[in-house]
Design a protein around this ligand. Sequence first.
Ligand code: MLT
Length: 298
Amino acid sequence: MMDIKKVLVADAVDASCVQLLKNNGIDVDCKYKLPKEQLIAEIPKYDGLIVRSDTKVAADVIAGNNLKVVGRAGAGVDNIDINTATAKNILVLNTPGGNAISACELTCSLITSLARNVVPAAASLKAGRWDRKLYSAMSCMAKRLPSWVWTIGYDPIVSPEESKKFNVESLTLDQIWPLADYITVHTPLIPETRNLICEAALNKCKKGVCIVNVARGGIVNESDLLKAIKSGQCGGAALDVFEQEPPTDSVTLELINNDKVIATPHLGASTTEAQIRVAVEIAEQFIALTGKNNEYTT
Ligand code: MLT
């Protein structure tokens, strides 16, 4: 059991989180967009911290205080320095399933938008053109449709039998590269997945392969992707996440502005339903730590 009396919510999470914590006797302050120095000065007043992705819970943010738990209202914990947290016995919690359906919906919309040139065609019409021929999908699209039901995937943790239950045929990465028309990544950003989609991988792919990243910036190497788009090796990309957010790097900006790229501002988890789910899930985990069962609904 953990004594959690006071929690700081440092990024905007759905109000149900604060409500549930308060209903269960936990004092909560919401202070968003605090400059780092101010965050460091505030944290010693709290037992727990709840963030989304804006707040970077770096080593120096958690090093000099008695924080007991950090909660991420979302799946990725790459904005939290896990090593420092572990060394200081600070528990790190996340809500891995809460926004998965929303991220999946965005992935599907981006794949279909890439396949049917929706974004450049809409931009062209807004610019006063009527380019029906230019943006008609390739005739082989019809042939590709069945390949959407033939989903191949690689996951080092999920067994081939388990994958089959989701209609995914489990293959190795080297088997996948030359077969896939669309490659979508759904992994956390960890050393093993950084630059997973790099020049070497792209060169093993079919010419014209399309890349979708709704997971984390850094899994797809942005300069290698730009190079592959320019050479035609990559036929298009849809990116919801970037190495740096918001992006300022010239390579990222060039990617975002490339006609073959659909870029969205980290919207995978941004649905009302997902935000309520992650808010409730993180609050319930905090409440459970105190030894209580949440008896309230929002
Ligand atoms: C996640 O890691 O689940 C998402 O990045 C959540 C978010 O956008 O806040």
